[in-house]
Design a protein around this ligand. Structure first.
Ligand SMILES: [Zn+2]
Length: 94
């Protein structure tokens, strides 16, 4: 049993949605804001790095891989890191 952080309703472990307020319990949740922030930083840092890689290696596929890794890598890492972390999402926060 755990308690909903928003309305203090006791939620059974088998349930993933709070009956009191409809908040959802999820594992490995990463907020949209965090994803956008990481994608933004990844793009800013990734583009010059990717151009540098392309300049050095003359390899277009490698440049694309580097760019995608820099943009998506931190997001995937965070998702994996939070995999076992339980978060509550308020229905209004979506
Ligand atoms: Zn609730």
């Amino acid at each position: 049993m755990s308690e909903c952080p928003y309305c203090s309703t006791v939620v059974p472990e088998s349930a993933s949605v709070c009956r009191g307020c409809g908040a959802e319990r999820v594992k490995g949740y990463v907020s949209q804001q965090t994803i956008k922030g990481l994608a933004g930083v990844g793009t800013i840092l990734g583009i010059p790095t990717a151009f540098f890689i392309a300049y050095v290696t003359h390899s277009m596929p490698l440049m694309v891989i580097v760019l995608l890794t820099m943009i998506l890598g931190p997001i995937l890492y965070l998702k994996l890191k939070n995999k076992e972390k339980v978060s509550w999402i308020r229905p209004t926060a979506r």
